[in-house]
Structure formats: C-alpha cells, structure tokens
Design a protein around this ligand. Structure first.
Ligand SMILES: [Zn+2]
Ligand SMILES: [Zn+2]
Length: 213
C-alpha cells in the first residue's frame, strides 16, 4: 500500500474543493464531491493517471453533488453517500441551481448507496470511517482515515470558520455538537481537507477557531 495522496480541483462559482484521494503507488482512488466543472475533474484524473473506483459525497448541496451524475456516467462508477437524511437536498439540486442562479447542466443526484454512522468505505487498502455530522446539512458525512490521521470534513468545519446553517435543514447547535463531539476528539494531530478554502489541523481549530472556543 502506498501513501494516501490528495489532489484538489476547485469547481463551481463557489470554488468548492473537489478532492481526488488516491494511492501514491497504484493510483487507485476516489473523487469526493464533484460539484460541477466535470471536464476539469476528468482532465485531472487523466493527467495523473488515477484509476477511479467510486464517487463519494459529503452532502447534498449543489456545489458538492451537482456534477456527480455526469461524472458517474463518464467513469462508470458508483456514487456512495452521503447519509440518507440528505435525500431531500439531492432531489432538489436542479432547484438549488435556479435558486442560486447557476448556469450549466447540473442534475438531481441518486446515489447508489447511502451511508450510516460507523460504516467503513475504502479503496485499495485505504479505509475511511464514516461519521454522520449533521448541522450544515442533515445528512452530512465526514470520511476519516485513522492510519493517515486525515479527515475530509466537507462543509462541517473550515480553517477558522464553520459551515453555514441558514440553508434548508441547517441546525447550528447540531453542527457545534458534530464538531465538538465527533471531530475534535479524534485528536489535535488530525489533518483535514474541507469543502472551501485551505485545510488545517483539528488542534489549531480547537484552540483558535472563534466558533469553537
Ligand atoms: Zn454545503
Ligand atoms: Zn460547499
């Protein structure tokens, strides 16, 4: 098993961090949150020789899931996640596009499989525990790799900020609980990638994030 690597392709007007997680040796991997600009994602996959085995979603917002069906059709792989509580959001991606005035061919998303708390998903020998972290979206999940001390947290937590909770299904108190009871206890040394902007480490957020102190 090679090292776990991550490449980021910014997508959509929201500059969402579509993330390609892959094994440095055998180049198998997954695409997390292909929100749009699918041609750019496909170009990155091809340029780096990645063998994509699945699409993983953190939650059902348009900037994360809007391109998932198109990428699934292009690659012939399954869409895994998020938690079923985001079904309503996934069914309304086209309506979200109208609400935000976004052009382009986004499609409502039907995952091949929803995820539940405590499940393990993997590619090659890289295993990720699924943490159900509602608050920003009711069915938001986080993918945690214990061996690599790494988490993909989507829009739950940002460097110096947290996900917005004013969208349908948002819940500020639930979001704070998700962060404080599920993410931070994993340890200060856990590195994270998030849906927007730079990633960081949980310890830095625990000590200095103004929404958590
Ligand atoms: Zn979101
Ligand atoms: Zn987002």
């Amino acid at each position: 098993m090679g090292q776990l690597n991550a490449g980021i392709v910014p997508v959509t007007p929201f500059q969402q961090n579509c993330t390609i997680l892959f094994d440095a040796d055998d180049k198998t991997g997954v695409v997390v949150d292909p929100g749009g600009d699918v041609e750019n994602i496909l170009a990155a996959i091809e340029a780096n020789g990645i063998k994509v085995t699945a699409i993983w979603l953190t939650h059902g917002h348009i900037d994360h899931a809007g391109g998932a069906m198109e990428l699934k059709d292009a690659l012939g792989v399954d869409i895994i996640g998020p938690h079923e509580d985001d079904r309503m959001l996934l069914d309304n991606i086209e309506a979200q596009a109208q609400r935000f005035g976004l052009p382009g061919a986004v499609r409502n998303c039907v995952p091949d499989r929803f995820l539940t708390e405590g499940e393990v998903v993997s590619f090659g020998d890289h295993k990720f525990e699924v943490l159900h972290c509602p608050g920003h979206a009711p069915g938001h999940v986080v993918y945690y790799n214990r061996d690599a001390k790494f988490a993909h947290v989507g829009d739950v937590l940002f460097s110096g900020s947290i996900g917005r909770t004013d969208l349908p299904g948002g819940d500020h108190a639930a979001l704070i609980r998700s962060i404080k009871e599920k993410l931070l206890p994993l340890g200060d040394d856990i590195g994270f990638i998030c849906g927007h902007g730079p990633g960081g480490r949980f310890g830095e957020e625990r000590r200095n994030n103004p929404f958590l102190v």
